[in-house]
Design a protein around this ligand. Structure first.
Ligand SMILES: [Zn+2]
Length: 146
């Protein structure tokens, strides 16, 4: 745990957390108005996967697969973008973003990194998708033993 780290200090909305185990936490993003934009983060303060434990590496794939599958089912998107930058907050977190068919062309592909961070999604919509995501991830984790 790093004293100055926003992720370690849990400076995020706990209502948006949809999955948590010993290694990983998944939450809906509080930035952008893209509904279904989730973040997977390590519980430990590590910069990148070079520092991941064997246990973290072992559960990483199943966690990403479960989230990606669920995003596709819940958002009807054409792509699911994933990337990690760790520039603003140097704690490993993966952005997992649905790209729907009507997505503005300027932000497709690499343009996604310049997508406006404000306004955020309406909290009622985020809370609704979080409910559905929690149910789905619970089901998947029982089946796959995440
Ligand atoms: Zn941290």
């Amino acid at each position: 745990m790093e004293k100055e780290c926003l992720i370690c200090k849990q400076e995020f909305n706990r209502d948006y957390v949809v999955f948590e185990d010993a290694e990983w936490l998944i939450r809906h993003s509080e930035e952008t108005n893209i509904l279904g934009y989730f973040i997977i983060q390590t519980k430990r303060h590590i910069l990148d996967l070079a520092l991941a434990s064997e246990k973290e590496c072992g559960s990483y794939g199943p966690v990403i697969k479960a989230l990606t599958t669920s995003i596709k089912e819940l958002t009807d998107c054409e792509r699911v973008y994933t990337f990690s930058l760790a520039e603003a907050v140097p704690h490993y977190h993966l952005h997992v973003i649905p790209r729907r068919e009507n997505f503005p062309r300027a932000y497709k592909g690499r343009g996604i990194t310049s997508y406006p961070t404000e306004p955020a999604c309406a909290s009622e919509l985020v809370e609704e998708i979080c409910l559905r995501m929690r149910a789905r991830l619970n089901r998947l984790s029982e089946r796959a033993r995440l």
